[in-house]
Design a protein around this ligand. Structure first.
Ligand code: ADP
Ligand code: MG
Length: 294
């Protein structure tokens, strides 16, 4: 049930340095959120995930960059096992929403709860909470000089402190899960974009996250490679993983999504059963958007 916690009951004994963890999570830049984390603390009760709480709960979330308010009051709950798809025009705040849930952006106002943990509580160990959330980006961010297997093991060893043997066992298992058993020794340059993205998914799964966030995971791919990545995501959804997926793949949203959210100008304009929203959007802005993309 609590994969991240069972791997490290007391959180990372020595949280990785900012640069290292930034790299490993696929983010090259540092961010103020991480800098506030204090090293080498044991879990407080406030860090303990509540198994009955929804994996993700966002209340009144606002985010501004300077004068520009990008998220303008988002209320959102993702229940265990739900696959919530998020669509909306470019610049509507989709990535900022995911990055706020993934603790890469600090909200200007509002609250974010991950499995009941208030992540804005200054006493919460964010490094621990982060281990519970997997994220896959449009750009795969694999290490080019490492094999597929090594890409899946390095964070397990450095962040979760797993032995090399254990990390390799889990890495192989996850690469098999995304259909890449025959590519474990390949370097990213020897893999197609679809295969690279599947390695990125395997890398994320190897950390035993309790939920997975995807930010346009197929947008950088040639059209013929989109299907294999969506298939891995579909398998993951079938396995019961809680997922939030920003995507332009309306077919995926229709077939796999348990809910579809339409975001525009930083607000949730409409949400509901994907089949219903796509077939009969209620709000004029949703209708206009869908008329352009469907
Ligand atoms: P989407 O993913 O829906 O295309 P984003 O969340 O990436 O939208 O961005 C929403 C708005 O916020 C855009 O206008 C973007 O330029 C702006 N924005 C995003 N990140 C930053 C940042 N770090 N600094 C300043 N503006 C940003
Ligand atoms: Mg985006």
């Amino acid at each position: 049930m609590t994969n991240g916690a069972s791997a490290q009951p007391n959180g990372p004994a020595q949280p990785p340095s900012t640069a290292e963890s930034g790299q490993l999570s696929g983010e090259g830049t540092t961010h103020q959120f991480h800098d506030s984390v204090q090293p080498a603390r044991h879990l407080q009760p406030r860090d303990t995930p509540d198994p009955d709480a929804p994996p993700i709960r966002v209340v009144g979330l606002r985010k501004s960059f300077g004068e520009h308010e990008v998220l303008r009051g988002i209320d959102l709950t993702v229940e265990r096992g739900e696959v919530v798809c998020v669509i909306g025009p470019s610049g509507s705040g989709k990535s900022t929403l995911l990055r706020s849930v993934n603790l890469l952006e600090r909200p200007t106002a509002g609250r974010v709860f991950i499995e009941g943990i208030d992540v804005l509580d200054p006493d919460v160990n964010l490094d621990f909470v982060r281990t519970r959330i997997g994220m896959v980006f449009q750009q795969f961010n694999l290490f080019p000089h490492m094999t597929a297997l090594r890409n899946t093991t390095i964070a397990q060893e450095k962040v979760l402190r797993r032995s090399a043997q254990e990390a390799a066992r889990i890495g192989r298992e996850m690469l098999e899960r995304v259909g890449l058993s025959d590519k474990i020794d390949a370097h990213p340059s020897q893999l197609s974009g679809g295969q690279q993205q599947r390695v990125a998914i395997a890398r994320s799964l190897a950390m035993n996250p309790d939920m997975m966030l995807f930010d346009e995971p197929t947008s950088a791919l040639d059209p013929e490679l989109v299907g294999e990545v969506l298939q891995s995501m579909r398998d993951l959804a079938t396995s019961g993983m809680t997922m939030m997926v920003v995507t332009h793949e309306m077919g995926f949203a229709r077939e796999v999504g348990s809910r579809l959210i339409f975001l525009d100008e930083g607000v949730v304009v409409e949400q509901g059963d994907p089949r219903e929203v796509l077939a009969q959007p209620q709000h004029p802005r949703t209708q206009l958007f869908l008329s352009k993309v469907l």
